[in-house]
Write a protein that binds this ligand. Structure first.
Ligand code: 26Q
Length: 822
């Protein structure tokens, strides 16, 4: 094809049609009579890809020529969601593409639905990484997302007999049109083995790491478009492959099968995402995964520097490397190893470079979720890194002893090695010591880090700490997910809000217009009808789009308290049973979320919710005033249908437990009101929308701590609240388990005797708050006003704002606008 780029990749409808048909024939090898929906999807995807390659190449050329400072975002997870719709939006050709497909007699929405979303993440942390690379591209910040190309992403969830059943996610089955393999940039990663220390003839000390295994890392690049600019940054995910060069025969003399098996096992490294959003100890493969992608990424950055003839002393000037939690924290030791062992940089120089390179984001306050690796396991996988960590620790603890003479308790608390029992490497400590910046993800979270989890580090280095409240991208979570609202908003205040979300403020006066409110309601109603159709298909339950859609979607966790919502539903149900003619505005409770496959209590929480649905949805006495559905397989794709259809957003975690939450922001943007605790970013949401426009309940963090300290006895709360007693007894006696009084025993007993997340202490407050929600809902005009104001005041929670905060305070990476090559 000898046409110039501008012609071949033209952004008009006719050119799109032409390249769609070309791709159907030349790429898919099909003609229309034989083509499947998936063929059509792929043909369109390739047509779009041709249109973003020009931007991708232009961006790479621009960055290379400018020698641009680059942000490397290291994350074990990128929960991207489907690319096609998003790329069409960012290219500004969504409507053209839709028109083109329609004119070819195809159903555009059905084509979009063919894409298997890359679910390479568990939840909030992985989705945050996806929103952040979107915002960096939109803000024209040179950036690379580095991660793992898992062959199996987060499992698919189905619900069978009310229980979660997991199916593997073979997302690459039909190929992935959005990635480009780059075998020429493959790198080698060592694992296992032992080290040798030698004094050379010239008097220097050298360390050799003799590994027991080698794995080759092959990068797969996906372009990440900015919104209607010329920037296409890169998401670079590493896939593990058996190396060609490693001489296995030396180790497996004559053992052909043994050698082949070893080759196969090295490819296991990037096989599957751990579906656990909490650290689980002792998983060797997980540590190997982390090291694998970190080593590949740092080697890649070094290659880039060498390509630009930059000396490694300037590493921290070329790259700002952000650690998304401690999962990539081994990078601190790995960069030291690369600089000192492989590039012969003196230790002190290398340490300065390292500390200026890294910054660390913490995402959890729960002590049991902090990553630590048993020392023997660590030594087995990464013998050289353990030595390096010991050396870092020795120097660090010397500094601590100088600062706090005689305070050996503090030294033990700060040490990179936990020696209180069996020894562990503390990854958060490694990240803190090796970074020049440490941040939490919401104001409360950062304050609690400083006063609690990382208190000793805060006392040592207060200036390293700052807050960076999370945000979400309005491109995916409004423009793509909620086209109806997008149209109304853009017709009212123009399109600037899409890049400058603060401008949604201009909607505030419109909250007083009856006409605007009525449009606003029509849109919500249309979104609810669409979701009701999905619910009918997936759950086989008819729900009324005129009922209040009360939604809780997020990973299933005891601290997120989906079971508190369940207790409230049972309380309402009992009320209806007691007063059959009670005036109760109809409500549809919608739940969604995955439970870690090994988390038994979380799976039981799902069973409880579905059990309640089975009883309530069928009870004629309820007369459709309550419906309870569990929408299976909550994902980015499903989220895009759910957030725009929600009236009420449930953000009910125990105060002090949810680092930030980001679903709360997606709901707010789309006009849902929040019922929530003083936890995570809820506090900041309430601050911007005003107390009158937020349904607050529950204990505050200091109150939770106080109750904990004075000795919390949930059974006393149970005895003192007749309604709570009735609710709990009903579960215990098998009312929601077909008479089986043993099924929910573990859940009920845990609540009665431990209740580590204070459900009973917050129950009364929650029920009363829900009562206020119900009273507000029936005043339709008031509710609509509040809904508009929630959306209008959501500007702070754009990930563009988060990224501006990171660049201003931590990365200092200037924008580099891209000129399109033709
Ligand atoms: C670690 C080690 C071994 C195996 C798995 C893991 C692992 C994987 C994923 C640990 C944690 C996660 C994910 C954590 C997460 O999603 N945290 C959420 O991050 C969001 C973005 O900052 C916050 O909004 C949420 O509050 C927080 O829970």
């Amino acid at each position: 094809d000898h046409r110039p780029l501008s012609e071949r990749a033209a952004l008009n409808k006719e050119a799109l049609k032409q390249s769609f048909l070309d791709n159907l024939f030349h790429t898919q090898g099909k003609f229309p009579a034989l083509a499947s929906k998936s063929d059509y999807y792929l043909a369109l995807a390739y047509a779009v890809r041709e249109r973003l390659l020009q931007r991708w190449i232009s961006t790479a050329a621009e960055y290379m020529q400018k020698g641009a400072r680059t942000v490397s975002y290291l994350s074990a997870e990128f929960l991207m969601g489907p690319h096609l719709g998003n790329n069409l939006i960012n290219l500004g050709i969504y409507d053209e593409a839709k028109q083109a497909m329609t004119e070819l007699g195809l159903n555009f929405d059905e084509l979009l639905a063919q894409e298997e979303e890359p679910g390479l993440g568990n939840g909030g942390l992985g989705r945050l990484a996806a929103c952040f690379i979107d915002s960096m591209a939109t803000l024209e910040i040179p950036s690379l997302g580095y991660g793992i190309r898992y062959e199996f992403g987060i499992f698919h969830q189905s619900i069978v007999d009310g229980w979660q059943v997991e199916k593997t996610d073979k997302w690459l089955r039909y190929g992935n049109p959005w990635e480009l393999q780059r075998p020429e940039w493959a790198v080698q990663v060592k694992l296992g083995g032992y080290t040798e220390h030698r004094s050379e003839e010239d008097g220097t000390l050298t360390v050799r790491w003799i590994p027991s295994r080698l794995v080759s890392g092959v990068p797969y690049d996906t372009p990440i478009l900015g919104y209607r600019n010329n920037t296409a940054n890169t998401l670079r995910l590493w896939s593990a492959q058996a190396p060609e060069s490693f001489d296995f025969e030396v180790f497996n003399r004559g053992d052909y099968y043994g050698a082949v098996m070893q080759k196969m096992s090295s490819e296991n490294l990037s096989k599957v995402l751990y579906p656990n959003d909490e650290h689980e100890g002792g998983k060797e493969l997980r540590l190997e995964q982390q090291y694998f992608f970190v080593s590949c990424s740092l080697q890649d950055m070094i290659r880039i520097m060498q390509g630009q003839r930059l000396p490694l002393e300037h590493f921290h000037e070329k790259f700002a490397v952000q650690l998304n939690d401690t999962h990539p924290a081994i990078a601190v030791a790995e960069l030291m190893r690369l600089l000192v062992d492989e590039h012969k940089m003196p230790w002190n120089r290398a340490w300065q470079v390292t500390c200026k390179t890294f910054a660390y984001t913490n995402h959890t306050l729960m002590p049991e979720a902090l990553e630590r690796w048993p020392l023997p396991l660590f030594k087995k996988v990464l013998p050289r890194h353990l030595e390096i960590i010991f050396e870092i620790n020795a120097r660090f603890l010397d500094e601590v002893r100088r600062r706090y003479p005689g305070d050996s308790a503090r030294v033990a608390r700060l040490s990179l090695i936990d020696e209180s029992g069996p020894r562990y490497v503390r990854m958060a400590h490694l990240a803190c010591v090796g970074s020049h910046a440490i941040n939490g993800v919401a104001e409360l979270h950062t304050e609690l880090l400083k006063s609690d989890v990382l208190r000793d580090f805060y006392e040592l280095w207060p200036n390293k700490f700052s807050n960076k409240t999370n945000g979400v991208t309005p491109r995916r979570w409004m423009v793509l997910a909620n086209p109806r609202l997008t149209r109304l908003v853009s017709d009212s205040i123009g399109e600037d809000w899409i890049k400058h979300l603060d401008q949604l403020q201009k909607l505030e006066p419109l909250a007083e217009s009856a006409d605007f409110r009525s449009h606003w309601r029509e849109i919500k109603r249309a979104n609810k009808r669409a979701l009701a159709e999905v619910i009918a298909r997936r759950c086989n339950v008819a729900v009324d789009p005129d009922s209040m859609f009360d939604v809780q979607v997020k990973r299933i966790h005891e601290y997120k308290r989906q079971h508190l919502a369940a207790l409230h539903i049972i309380a309402l149900y009992l009320q209806l049973k007691a007063q059959p003619n009670l005036e109760l505005a109809p409500r549809t409770f919608i739940f969604g979320g995955k439970a870690a496959p090994g988390y038994r209590m979380a799976k039981l929480m799902i069973k409880l919710i579905t059990g309640i649905g089975d009883v309530v949805n069928r009870d004629p006495m309820v007369r459709d005033r309550l419906k309870v559905v569990f929408l299976p397989n909550f994902s980015v794709t499903n989220g895009q249908r759910i957030y725009p259809a929600a009236d009420l957003s449930e953000q009910i975690s125990t105060a002090g437990k949810e680092a930030s939450g980001t679903g709360n922001m997606k709901f707010q943007m789309n006009g849902a009101l929040t019922i929530g605790t003083m936890d995570g970013a809820n506090i900041e949401i309430r601050e911007v929308v005003g107390a009158d426009n937020f349904f607050l309940f529950g204990l505050t963090t200091p109150q939770v701590y106080a109750l904990q300290a004075q000795g919390y006895r949930p059974h006393d709360w149970y005895e003192q609240d007749p309604q709570l007693r009735e609710v709990i007894d009903m579960i215990r006696d098998g009312y929601f388990s077909r008479g089986d009084a043993s099924l929910f025993r573990p859940l009920v007993d845990s609540l009665l005797w431990h209740d580590p997340y204070f459900l009973f202490a917050d129950f009364r407050s929650y029920v009363e708050c829900q009562q206020r929600v119900g009273e507000t809902w029936v005043d339709t005009e008031r509710w609509t006003r509040m809904s508009i104001l929630n959306s209008a005041r959501s500007g702070k929670f754009s990930s563009d704002r988060s990224i501006r905060d990171y660049t201003k305070d931590i990365w200092h990476a200037p924008s580099v606008p891209v000129e399109l090559l033709t």
